[in-house]
Design a protein around this ligand. Structure first.
Ligand SMILES: Cc1ncc(COP(=O)(O)O)c(C=O)c1O
Length: 362
């Protein structure tokens, strides 16, 4: 089968998500598991969302609305664009793949930071792209070096802003300077999965640029709206780009429950406020505790924190797992000294910190 597979597929290491919670409980004989590994929202979806989902269940015999008509209309109004500036994806992840499928010719290049969100590299390899990796500088995107990496063959540049797994971001001024150096024929893809969590005035809203440049900006319902299990996100771009993304999009790519849930989620501002408060308070608490423990961390613009544990990182990850606390082991990113921890509820944060203290004092 190895010989049958396309050459570029053989080099791909499959993405490794964590084990299902129920399986881990069974395996380790644990009563309770805390999952703070995948940057999900610890809060359940809002009650408005749950009741909208319940009301929609009778229509499951039908295919979903392929155009996501109502969701696009609502998002367009909310964001100040036209529905034709929007594409809805089965998770914002799907839009990364659509961009490569629609625009990348064989032999063309893609510029990706390293380390960053792993999906860019995986999907670019599937598409057969030549990848130019640009190292982070001090755990931040080095936009100057990324601009320098552009050649006549470059088609797409991926920028996770804020970045996963570091939680750092590039500023408005940095983005403007960067774009001034990028030829118009290169598409710049801003992945803004954590956009709603950012609380810094110098953070850029790149959607404002979509009608001026070849830019794709994606956001998601997985994080702030607690809908990771339904897989729904959206992309903003100029109409011509959206037209090409739609040509490669599979019909009915977004299921009907996800569409109904996303519509209801947009109406629940209370849920958004509650989430932001939980994350803000949680970060404050975790930062203070890490400082007390003499541990270094990267201040984060998102709902997760990258923590430097030095040589002990993997051992601590494994020991936390045995206690039923799932954090992210960072070896797949080459960040061997780190773990990444999602900000959870107050109790989850406390249990994580208590377990960490226990392991460090041993
Ligand atoms: C930077 C980044 N982009 C995209 C995603 C995936 O978003 P979605 O659930 O919309 O596919 C994640 C999820 O962790 C992420 O960290």
């Amino acid at each position: 089968v190895r010989k049958l597979a396309r050459k570029n597929i053989s080099q791909i290491k499959p993405y490794k998500p964590g084990k299902p919670i129920e399986e881990l409980k069974r395996e380790l004989k644990l009563k309770k598991v805390i999952k703070i590994a995948s940057n999900e929202n610890a809060l359940l979806p809002s009650t408005k969302v749950i009741s909208a989902i319940k009301d929609s269940l009778n229509n499951l015999n039908r295919y979903p609305d392929d155009s996501c008509y109502y969701l696009k209309k609502k998002l367009a109004k909310r964001l100040g664009f036209s529905p034709s500036n929007l594409v809805i994806g089965n998770g914002s992840d799907e839009i990364i793949a659509l961009a490569l499928q629609a625009f990348l010719n064989p032999g063309e290049e893609v510029v990706i930071a390293r380390p960053t969100f792993l999906i860019y590299g995986i999907v670019a390899k599937i598409a057969g792209a030549r990848i130019k990796y640009v190292p982070l500088k001090g755990l931040r995107y080095d936009l100057e070096a990324m601009a320098n990496a552009v050649t006549r063959k470059t088609k797409l540049i991926f920028i996770s802003n804020p970045d996963n797994p570091t939680g750092t971001y590039v500023t408005k001024d940095e983005v403007i300077l960067f774009l001034s150096r990028i030829p118009k024929g290169v598409i710049v893809y801003f992945d803004e999965a954590y956009f709603e969590f950012v609380d810094f005035p110098d953070f850029p809203d790149t959607s404002k640029l979509i009608n001026k440049r070849n830019i794709i900006t994606t956001r998601t319902f997985s994080k702030i709206y607690s809908l990771a299990g339904l897989r729904i996100g959206y992309g903003l771009a100029n109409k011509k780009i959206i037209d090409y993304l739609n040509r490669v999009r599979e019909p009915f790519n977004v299921n009907s429950i996800a569409q109904v849930a996303a519509l209801a989620a947009l109406d629940d501002r209370h849920h958004v406020k509650q989430t932001l408060k939980m994350v803000k308070d949680g970060k404050k608490y975790i930062y203070a505790q890490l400082k007390n423990l003499g541990l270094r961390y990267t201040p984060s613009a998102t709902n997760f924190i990258l923590i430097d544990l030095g040589k002990k990182a993997h051992t601590i990850f494994s020991k936390l797992l045995k206690q039923g606390i799932i954090v992210r082991d960072m070896r797949a990113w080459g960040l061997n000294d780190f773990i990444r921890v999602t900000v959870g509820t107050r109790d989850e944060n406390r249990e994580f910190i208590d377990a960490l203290k226990g392991l460090l004092n041993r």
